[in-house]
Design a binder for this molecule. Structure first.
Ligand SMILES: [Zn+2]
Length: 285
């Protein structure tokens, strides 16, 4: 079962408003992200890529977490330009380390977070979605609709939000729910229009509560800043684009990689908008 990102009333959370807290004195932690650009089989038609790194960093600096994007990998497989839930499961967990553009050091619950940029996140309802992430596990799916600012669809905080899911945060726990909280569902959340709207500036948006910060900082995906400095050589080697073995899906289906609690309930859908027709119109773009 997927968790709808915007369907629930926020009343339950309104009694405990999220309160931004000043950073407690603790060590800087690093969250590495392995971005993967999905392209068609020829490698010429690709999903758009934008890290929003400064924005993501500013948001997570509330938790003293530095988000570091590794060199971009490329996955040439037309199948995944439009990715549904089952395909996201394959991208995230099937095959061997390094498959599907994943970082070779990534596991289900440690190492760099693998983040795929795709054209469309397909749903059973046919509605459009911006992002998708496993709660507490490795894997993010981002639709390039987050860049569709000309049509009013652009959103600059989606990557930061999805990373929060990987770090164990949900839409209605630890103070999420209010419009200004980063982890509130897409329909409840006020999305900052620029980096100047993000806490502690401007409208004070994309906040994290002290509870959310405490929980996120316990994640195994985080490494300390000192250890991270010894890794640049590995990161550089991974910049080489990788292609997914075309036979992988068929060969792995009988013996899927074990996914802890791999029920669809772990999957969270960021935002649903009544723009289903657009999903299919984009396939031929
Ligand atoms: Zn979400």
């Amino acid at each position: 079962m997927v968790a709808a990102c915007g369907g629930n009333a926020a009343s339950d959370d309104s009694s405990s408003p999220a309160t931004p807290v000043s950073l407690r004195q603790s060590d800087m932690l690093v969250l590495e992200v392995q971005p993967i650009q999905v392209c068609d089989d020829t490698g010429f038609i690709c999903a758009q890529v934008e890290f929003f790194e400064a924005i993501t960093d500013k948001i997570w600096s509330q938790a003293n977490i530095d988000v570091e994007f590794l060199p971009l990998n490329q996955l040439n497989d037309s199948t995944y330009l439009t990715t549904d839930e089952d395909e996201f499961l394959d991208l995230s967990f099937s095959g061997n380390p390094g498959d599907f553009g994943r970082h070779p050091d990534s596991t289900e619950d440690s190492g760099p977070i693998n983040l795929w940029f795709v054209d469309v996140i397909e749903t059973t309802t046919g509605l459009i979605q911006y992002g998708n992430a496993w709660i507490g596990l490795n894997g993010i799916l981002i639709s390039d609709d987050i860049l569709d600012f000309n049509n009013g669809l652009g959103r600059i905080d989606v990557i930061a939000h999805e990373l929060g899911h990987n770090l164990g945060l949900r839409h209605s726990t630890f103070g999420a729910g209010p419009a200004e909280n980063l982890m509130s569902s897409g329909l409840d959340r006020t999305v900052p229009e620029s980096i100047d709207d993000i806490f502690p500036d401007g409208d004070g948006l994309s906040t994290l509560t002290s509870e959310q910060i405490e929980v996120a900082r316990t994640s195994r995906f985080l490494t300390d800043a000192e250890a991270d400095e010894s890794l640049p050589a590995i990161a550089a080697a991974d910049a080489i684009p990788q292609e997914a073995p075309p036979i992988l899906l068929a060969s792995t289906s009988p013996t899927p990689i074990a996914v802890p609690d791999a029920s669809p309930s772990l999957l969270t859908w960021l935002l649903v908008l009544p723009l289903g027709q657009k999903v299919y119109s984009r396939i031929n773009r």
